[in-house]
Design a protein around this ligand. Structure first.
Ligand code: BG6
Length: 479
């Protein structure tokens, strides 16, 4: 009989925003499912003046965390006081497993790791002791390596869970299913038939109240170094030997090693108008809230295929999608007129309106032979009929079950810093971002970039993939 699993989840920063908004609700939902073994008790740790009773009252006052309240406890701790961590030893009482979740600003990670060692709580090498950290994991390659080094001295790799919540989105996982459970796609997924790839991660919201963090980071660190590159890795990697975490990570790392560092000449930075007036933004800040870039992958499969990425805040609409543009067929000469081919596109909508559309050329019904764009559609929500699970719920389920599928390795994170390092340094050294209006699709330079380097244009979510059906000659700028 396997030992009954009883877990204590020690949540550092438990009175903070991340814990309240994401971690605790996701934990409650994860526990409502049937994948997590055994009971889980939450112990909040933080500087706030709380105790067991007031922390429980806090949890019960929010229906998203109320079911965690009964057994919860609170330990008040000054993160920088090494001796104080001995008070945490009690979390091991009656627990077969202990998860340390660091939902704190990253500047206290080193102190917490040091404190856990001091109290002997890390039990290096014991997979029943786990640590969970979330970005920003470093500010550049050097600080990322430093943090990685300290983490690996404190815990072994199989004890460490580095969150990238994009990997845990259901539709991101579905990229793997699409690619590797349908042989027809793998056969065309390469330089012979793909003309270009574009990845968009657009947000409607501005920076909100996060100026303190964002004005130091910017879009490249906030989104490209992690989410966008991870998504790109799943889209472009070689088939892993198995779908175990170890093999998936290996395949992603191989791919990231082939991705060339982003060249500032092939990138555009933008800043939304009004950013400088946001509370907490430094005067005259040149920080980018938008980035578009062309990436090259130098390997056998992708040589010569441009990968365009863009991400930004305060854009017209929230949307994350991947669009694969396949090579054109030769143009058709029909009834004396030359018909431009309709580009074949595969649009993978990560969010919202999750789904996949394959845009093809079809014959317009009628006696004339005329081509129109048409779509073959999959609405992802129609597959299950139920709501898509929250990414954090997936993350917590894996942490509590000891599975690493949706967690990038330290090497992937370091390599991603190498990819973005040049462009960050170059932008921080000088120049200004191009301004763009709130609610637009970003700076004009981004349109020029994709036209110039990809003979293409960005596909926006409002664009109807099957538009232009009335004309044999599609409007010149439409994909
Ligand atoms: C976070 C970034 O990692 O991802 C935020 O720090 C961003 O700036 C968020 O808003 C986007 O996540 P999602 O799941 O809303 O697309």
């Amino acid at each position: 009989m396997p030992e009954r699993q009883t877990t204590t989840l020690v949540l550092f920063g438990a009175s903070g925003d991340l814990a309240g908004r994401k971690v605790l609700p996701a934990l409650q939902s994860a526990l409502a499912g049937d994948e997590v073994r055994g009971p889980v008790r939450v112990v909040g740790v933080g500087r706030s003046e709380l105790d067991d009773t007031s922390f429980r009252a806090r949890l019960s006052s929010d229906e998203r965390s109320a079911r965690l309240a009964d057994t919860a406890g609170w330990v008040r701790l000054d993160y920088f006081d090494k001796a104080a961590y001995s008070a945490l030893r009690a979390v091991e009482d009656g627990a077969s497993h202990v998860v340390f979740y660091l939902a704190t600003p990253p500047d206290v990670f080193p102190a917490i790791l040091g404190g856990l060692v001091e109290a002997g709580l890390n039990r290096r090498g014991d997979p029943s002791r786990r640590v969970v950290v979330e970005k920003p994991l470093g500010h550049d390659l050097e600080s990322s390596r430093e943090l990685n080094h300290q983490m690996q001295e404190t815990f072994t790799e199989d004890q460490i869970y580095r969150i990238d919540h994009y990997l845990a989105k259901d539709t991101v996982q579905n990229v793997l299913a699409l690619r590797f459970s349908n042989a027809i796609f793998e056969a065309i997924w390469n330089r012979n038939l793909v003309q270009s790839v574009q990845i968009t991660a657009a947000e409607e919201e501005g920076i909100g109240s996060r100026a303190g963090y964002y004005d130091e980071s910017g879009a490249v660190r906030d989104m490209v170094q992690n989410h966008v590159l991870q998504l790109l890795a799943l889209v472009a990697m070689e088939p892993p030997t198995t779908f175990d975490a170890r093999d998936i990570r290996k395949a992603k790392l191989e791919l990231l090693r082939a991705v060339q560092p982003i060249d500032a000449q092939l990138a555009v930075r933008g800043q939304y108008l009004g950013y400088l007036d946001e509370q907490g933004v430094s005067r005259g800040s040149r920080r980018e809230t938008y980035v578009a870039a062309m990436l090259s992958i130098e390997n056998w499969r992708w040589d010569g295929v441009p990968f365009f990425i863009r991400t930004g805040k305060a854009l017209r609409q929230r949307t994350t999608q991947v669009v694969i543009r396949f090579r054109d067929s030769p143009s058709l000469r029909l009834g004396g007129t030359r018909q431009r081919p309709i580009p074949t596109l595969l649009q993978i909508r990560i969010q919202p309106h999750e789904g996949i559309t394959l845009r093809i050329g079809a014959k317009r019904p009628g006696t004339r032979f005329e081509m129109v764009p048409a779509g073959l559609d999959l609405e992802y929500s129609g597959l299950s009929g139920s709501k898509l699970p929250d990414a954090y719920e997936h993350v917590l389920t894996e942490v509590l079950s000891g599975v690493h599928t949706v967690f990038p390795s330290g090497d992937e994170i370091d390599r991603s810093w190498e990819i973005v390092g040049d462009v960050i340094r170059s932008w921080e050294a000088g120049g200004h971002p191009e301004l763009y209006p709130i609610g637009s699709w970003g700076p004009e330079g981004a349109d020029e970039l994709i036209e110039r380097l990809g003979r293409s244009r960005w596909l926006d979510p409002g664009d109807d993939l099957t538009a232009n059906g009335s004309s044999a000659r599609p409007a010149p700028r439409r994909l």
